[in-house]
Ligand binder design. Structure first.
Ligand SMILES: [Zn+2]
Length: 67
C-alpha cells in the first residue's frame, strides 16, 4: 500500500485525461505541504488540491474567468 498517498475521493484522472500527481509545496506559505494537481497542466480548470484538504473529499478546481 502506498501509505503516503491518501485513497478515496481522489480521482486518478480528471476531465482533461491527464493523471493526477502529488507534489510537495516549496513555498514559504506552505513549506512541505503536499498537494495534488493535474499532471499535465498547471492552470485554470485543472485540478489543484491540498492533500490535507482532500480529507474533506472535495476537489479544488482552479477557477478563472472563462472567455
Ligand atoms: Zn488537467
Amino acid at each position: 500500500m502506498d501509505d503516503h498517498i491518501e485513497r478515496g475521493g481522489i480521482p486518478r484522472k480528471f476531465e482533461c485525461g491527464a493523471p493526477t500527481i502529488m507534489l510537495e509545496s516549496k513555498t514559504a506559505q506552505n513549506p512541505g505541504r503536499r498537494f495534488y494537481r493535474c499532471g499535465k497542466i498547471y492552470g485554470p480548470n485543472h485540478v489543484f488540491m491540498w492533500l490535507d484538504e482532500a480529507h474533506h473529499e472535495e476537489l479544488g478546481i482552479l477557477e478563472v474567468n472563462k472567455q
